[in-house]
Design a protein around this ligand. Sequence first.
Ligand code: HEC
Ligand code: HEC
Length: 349
Amino acid sequence: MTVRLTILIALLMVLGAVVVNACKKSGGENTNQPDAISFTVPPGFPPPQYTFAGNPLTQQGFDLGKKLFYDGRLSKDGNFPCASCHQQFAAFATYDHTLSHGFNNQFTLRNAPGIFNMAWQQQFHWDGGIVNLEVQPLAPITAPNEMAEDIGNVINKLKQDGAYKQMFKAAFGDETINSQRMLLALTQFVASMVSANSKYDKVKRGESSFKPDEENGYAIFKAKCAACHAEPLFTDNSFRNTGLPVDPTINDFGRMRITHKKEDSLKFKVPSLRNVYLTFPYGHDGRFLSISQVLEHYNSGVQNSATVDPLVKNRIPLSNVEVYYLQQFLRTLTDSTLLKDPRFAPPGQ
Ligand code: HEC
Ligand code: HEC
């Protein structure tokens, strides 16, 4: 009796699935429109800067963006897709590299930042030299020490591939493959990377609570760090000089490279501290190998100069126990949901 009942239920379920699929199929054939997906602003987050205006987020656009992000053909020798420097398990930073390396084993000037919550930024790269997320990929694709490729060549390579023709059509309505569409699709993928499910977020949503050490660290953080690493994004998106001595082999003066103003000398973008335990090494040139080295810099290494930030000018005194508590708090910013999210995972994983 029970066996028959189970079979009956199973049969009904299969039948149900067939009916649902049939409906989906006929819907798809009638419209041919890409499927819109919504971008959810996590609770407590401000309104995003990037709103997908003029670039509606769709499943097909996202899928195309993902294929492009993982495709070595965007680079000259095929070896340097975006994902070679932006690895999911490292919150889309480069794991364990001070400066990332690209074409011909050349080093980049800077340490690759983690990529997440980009939709809340308006100025990209450590010096804010890029002000539009949609054109950002042009920089790494064409940089001789990154992907070292010419956009025209990239587009020609994509045109050789029938799978791309189908995907551009599914995303944008016809088979035209051009750089504008490529950039829009990459942006759909990159802007969708949101980090908002760390323990910190769960505590904020009332779903978890801090241990006493984490709570102590949070209090110290709010008092000594949050003015620049502002919640909930853990950056206020400003450019600051935290008193790092210039590395004479690189001579990177940060924001001044872009504005050519003396008052911007040695200023770098305040990085988000979300997932900071995964994005080592630290600092714009990856000079710090651990969080404790960064904290020791604030405690004793701040070098005075005309543009050093008033908040760190007189250093940020931190006792050993405060360092310990701060580290416990910073660990709560790791978001394993982002690191394991199959939507962003390398194809085939
Ligand atoms: C060779 C390594 C490398 C490759 C390949 C690479 N990037 Fe990057 N990426 C970096 C580095 C280094 C930076 C920081 C650049 C700077 O500050 O001057 C960066 C910065 C970024 C940023 C801005 C992050 C921020 O917080 O401002 C985004 C977005 C980004 N990359 C996306 C991409 C995309 C999309 C691709 C592929 C088209 C790509 N990257 C390819 C190394 C790389
Ligand atoms: C005056 C603003 C300011 C204050 C205050 C400040 N930071 Fe920073 N922080 C920055 C900037 C700017 C950088 C990037 C520095 C660079 O590479 O040139 C940075 C970098 C970092 C990094 C490296 C992150 C990475 O991905 O490379 C960590 C970790 C960090 N800060 C933690 C803290 C902690 C903890 C405190 C409080 C004790 C703190 N910061 C206080 C502005 C600030």
